[in-house]
Design a protein around this ligand. Structure first.
Ligand code: AMP
Ligand code: MN
Ligand code: MN
Length: 318
């Protein structure tokens, strides 16, 4: 990270009073943890902070202190707009439409489009929360136990419990500091990665019975009807993809989730030798080498055929 750029950005944050912090649609643990961690640290310096998630805060993240402050809309004027964990501006939904270019973009996605005035992008960071856990203390911003909880949660969830292949010794050291500052690693791990609802388990059942394989690619689909019949409340895959990624002799896993608005959410996961972010980018999505996603318009079956064929071609599987 360019030290001059970083210093300039944090000086501007220090001089601002009214600050908007925003993260991405379909928020994951890093989006929520980074948003709350940064938001609460700024509040500890007596700044007026609004924390916004365009889709609101999902029930599974409401255990995090500070999550009750998250709104779906920004209201009023701000000195500074900070966007966390978003690879491009469309990931912020409609909150910033018609607003000036955001002041800061703090992110770790290699597919980041550098859409802000200050682009603090570190693709070697395992989570945006890791970047914040490094920068906040470096520039004299406090890490209370609540801030530590939020940032450690972001790191645990984006690394699936410190086991993704982008893990680094630096990330482990930063996580240890967050534990020292009050982050409850076992508790956060349990809540972020292990606990699931009965409905989610039955929804997995639907996904598992639709599972297909062609060579070293496996895929499944989750339909609106699957969610309706088991009473699963989300529009996501209930993290089924992380389970599918543990299946032997598989290089790439793909999940197709019907959204009900003419869109299909597609997620890819791959073994280290394969970069699926470029395939997601091809479909106007983005992500990391080993974990990427896109939302594609159309009928699920034709999207499935197109995505599987494109994945095979782009990865040289035929
Ligand atoms: P997911 O498949 O939603 O679990 O996302 C895997 C990774 O891809 C995450 O880092 C997401 O931020 C990123 N990602 C997912 N969907 C999109 C999208 N439509 N545009 C850009 N990045 C995405
Ligand atoms: Mn995220
Ligand atoms: Mn992230």
């Amino acid at each position: 990270m360019d030290e001059t750029l970083l210093k300039g950005a944090f000086q501007e944050i220090r001089s601002a009073q009214r600050i908007l912090v925003i993260s991405h649609i379909r928020p994951d643990g890093d989006a929520v943890g980074s948003l709350i961690g940064l938001g609460l640290s700024l509040q500890d310096l007596n700044k007026e902070v609004q924390m916004v998630l365009p889709d609101g805060i999902p029930a599974i993240f409401r255990h995090l202190p500070g999550s009750d402050q998250i709104q779906k809309q920004a209201t009023g004027n701000f000195d500074l707009t900070l966007v966390v964990d978003c690879s491009d501006l469309t990931r912020t939904g409609e909150v910033l439409i018609g607003k000036p270019v955001p002041d800061m973009n703090l992110d770790h996605h290699p597919t980041n489009t550098k859409f802000a005035r200050y682009n603090l992008v570190d693709k070697t960071a395992v989570a945006t929360a890791e970047m914040l856990a490094e920068y906040l203390p470096q520039f004299g911003f406090p890490i209370s136990s609540q801030v530590a909880e939020a940032l450690l949660f972001g790191m645990i969830t984006d690394t699936l419990g410190f086991r993704t292949n982008n893990m680094t010794p630096k990330a482990m050291k930063i996580a240890a500091k967050l534990m020292e500052a009050g982050g409850d690693l076992p508790g956060l791990y349990q809540k972020g990665l292990l606990n699931r609802s009965f409905e989610a388990a039955r929804y997995w059942g639907a996904g598992l019975s639709n599972l297909e394989r062609d060579g070293r690619i496996i895929w499944t689909s989750l339909f609106l009807e699957d969610r309706r019949s088991v009473g699963y409340p989300g529009r996501d895959d209930a993290d089924l993809i992380n389970f599918l990624s543990t299946i032997d002799e598989t290089d790439v896993v793909i999940i197709f989730v019907e959204q009900g608005d003419g869109l299909v959410k597609v997620s890819w996961r791959s073994q280290p030798a394969y970069d699926v972010s470029q395939i997601a980018l091809f479909f106007d999505g983005g992500g990391h080498s080993a974990a990427a996603g896109a939302s594609i318009k159309g009928d699920l079956k034709s999207i499935q055929a197109n995505v599987i064929a494109t994945t095979k071609t782009m990865l040289g599987f035929m």
